[in-house]
Design a protein around this ligand. Structure first.
Ligand code: SF4
Ligand code: ZN
Ligand code: ZN
Length: 313
């Protein structure tokens, strides 16, 4: 069967949500077109420097490759974090990643929890366990990763920080925040980024209109060998998100295009809300100075370290 776009090459991909069959080249162009559209809305095309948060997984490789095809790779700088999880060797993945990034002309910098916070993720978890606490690894990991990414963004004077979140992640986040009734967090999503604090480097998600299976196929077609070892703490991912993910996959399978519609419809609503909301600067943590949620005087990261006995109050 021939490709529905170029009508000449053999189709190798079926996109259930568009009903089209595409050849490899047209599929790659189609993914890049969507990333370009998002990149434009998110201000990436005009930015002088964009920090890419990369892990070595398929999403981060697709992120780097698509953006390098859209903007001058010299404007991009990749940032990799070593969390410090035994049995999960991010270093090896980072080496492979470095080679791909070198080929694309993107510089790679890295840092670790140990270097910047003083403790590896494993050390944070064992200290909190010793205190009889049951805090999920992902709670530590997500918060400190955000902190390090923001710090790196400042250090390299990036206008924006881009992460590899794909369409599936974005649809899940929208539904999870809706179910939690977390309207403040919900408003932050959407295609036009919202800056909540002058201390935050604005975060953007260029892959938010690309399905997860498409980032996998993109990486595969590009010959990327990505990290497929799962983090040993994966089972500690928040259960609500896991339930939403399973449910959304079921809906997408029966009604292809549902995830895309969730994100597209949400963008229309969020643009409306953003235009009608005045921006209020977030309060600062009295310990580390990072922005924190409204009504808090100590940020979540410092609170986790205090609770785990790793920081004095
Ligand atoms: Fe971090 Fe949790 Fe992801 Fe592991 S599964 S890398 S602990 S967020
Ligand atoms: Zn084609
Ligand atoms: Zn703090």
């Amino acid at each position: 069967m021939k490709c529905d776009i170029c009508k000449s090459k053999d189709a190798v991909i079926y996109q259930p949500y568009s009903g089209r069959r595409l050849c490899k080249d047209c599929f790659i162009d189609d993914v890049r077109r969507r990333v370009r559209e998002e990149a434009e809305k998110q201000g990436i095309l005009k930015a002088n420097k964009v920090l890419l948060a990369v892990s070595g997984g398929k999403d981060s490789l697709t992120l780097a490759d698509t953006l390098a095809s859209i903007v001058n790779p010299k404007k991009l700088i990749a940032f990799n974090i070593v969390e410090g999880i035994s049995g999960y060797n991010r270093k090896e993945a980072a080496m492979k990643l470095k080679k791909y990034l070198d080929d694309l002309g993107i510089e790679l910098i890295s840092s670790s929890f140990k270097e910047e916070v003083g403790y590896s993720l494993d050390e944070m978890i064992s200290s909190s366990k010793n205190r009889g606490l049951n805090i999920a690894a992902c709670t530590f990991c997500g918060g400190f990763r955000r902190k390090l990414i923001n710090n790196a963004g400042w250090k390299v004077k990036a206008d924006l920080v881009a992460t590899g979140h794909n369409l599936d992640d974005e649809a899940q986040t929208i539904i999870v925040n809706l179910l939690r009734g977390d309207i403040k967090r919900l408003v932050r999503l959407g295609d036009v980024p919202l800056k909540l604090s002058d201390r935050f480097v604005l975060r953007v998600k260029p892959l938010r209109k690309v399905y997860e299976w498409e980032t996998t196929m993109y990486a595969y077609f590009k010959g990327f060998e990505f990290q497929d070892v799962e983090c040993p703490y994966i089972s500690q991912k928040p259960t609500l998100r896991a339930r939403v993910r399973d449910l959304l996959y079921l809906i997408e399978e029966k009604n292809p295009g549902s995830l895309m519609r969730i994100v597209e419809e949400f963008d229309l609503i969020s643009d409306n809300i953003k235009n009608n909301t005045s921006r209020e600067e977030l309060p600062r943590c009295k310990i580390c100075g990072d922005p924190t949620s409204y009504g808090r005087d100590i940020c979540k990261n410092c609170e986790l370290l205090i609770k785990s006995g790793l920081m004095d109050q």
